[in-house]
Design a protein around this ligand. Structure first.
Ligand code: IPE
Ligand code: IPE
Ligand code: MG
Length: 250
């Protein structure tokens, strides 16, 4: 099998192009600590975090990784001080508006997953616009988890299925893993192969609870705003040393 030279372009020599993860998910943690360490208010970390995400998306695209999912805001993050929540909502909206043209030009297909109806209506409009405008793009899927909670996602899937059963649209025997997944926010998107968390915390914080069942986990002490191409290279290198057994023996 010959590798596509366009994909090989700029891929570090110690990475195997045929064994790259197809889908990478990131818990972008540590923005607040990053800012505080420099004596700056927390929001400066969020602002820098956007640049980091943009660079990671570009890197995934350059290296031929088909999907990137980023955890931007959890269902629990509403519990933060109101000024920080407001700042984040405004930031998401501004960034989306600012970056849309470039995403269209670069072949990015953007998706948002989460309980989107609870977001400010002006943000919902930008989300709608961006998803519609990029729906036929094929270079890379970029999934942004906003007001996302794994438990909430599973619950709403259960409710939707229960409703179909009670209306007779579905039979109890029809419920299997494949059909359950079609009721998750991530329907039609492959499971992540690699889950990266920055800032050293060893937890999943309600992220993609169903989908990461067999993802490889990679935790780095690096705070999200400092997670650059070199760090991502390290994560991919580490991933390629793993033996994914999926419960089987070799
Ligand atoms: C992650 O950074 C960004 C969001 C949760 C929106 P944090 O804001 O959690 O930063 P730390 O963990 O407090 O340093
Ligand atoms: C997880 O980070 C959520 C996002 C990155 C959006 P948190 O900072 O909210 O997670 P905890 O509170 O450390 O578990
Ligand atoms: Mg945090």
């Amino acid at each position: 099998m010959t590798a596509n030279p366009a994909i090989l372009h700029s891929l570090p020599a110690d990475l195997d192009v045929l064994r790259l993860p197809k889908h990478v998910a990131v818990i972008m943690d540590g923005n607040g600590r990053w800012a505080q360490r420099q004596g700056q208010p927390r929001f400066m970390g969020h602002r820098r975090g956007v640049d980091t995400l943009k660079e990671l998306l570009r890197c995934c695209k350059d290296w031929g990784i088909g999907a990137l999912t980023a955890y931007a805001f959890s269902t629990e993050n509403w519990g933060r001080p109101m000024p920080e929540v407001d700042f984040l909502m405004t930031l998401f909206e501004r960034v989306l508006r600012r970056e849309l043209k470039e995403m269209i030009d670069e072949g990015v297909q953007i998706h948002f997953v989460g309980d989107l109806q609870a977001l400010p209506s002006s943000l919902q409009e930008e989300i709608e616009r961006a998803m519609l405008a990029t729906q036929h793009n094929e270079k890379i899927k970029f999934v942004v988890a906003t007001n996302y909670g794994g438990r909430r996602e599973i619950l709403q899937a259960c409710r939707a299925i229960a409703q179909k059963v009670s209306s007779g649209e579905l039979n109890l025997e029809d419920i299997d893993e494949g059909m359950f997944e079609q009721h998750l926010y991530t329907a039609g998107i492959s499971h992540p192969d690699l889950l990266i968390r920055t800032s050293g915390e060893m937890r999943v914080s309600n992220f993609l609870l169903w989908q990461v069942a067999y993802a490889e986990l990679y935790v780095t002490q690096t705070l999200w705003p400092d997670f650059d191409r070199k760090e991502f290279h390290q994560a991919l290198f580490d991933y390629q040393q793993r033996h994914r057994r999926f419960g089987k023996v070799k």
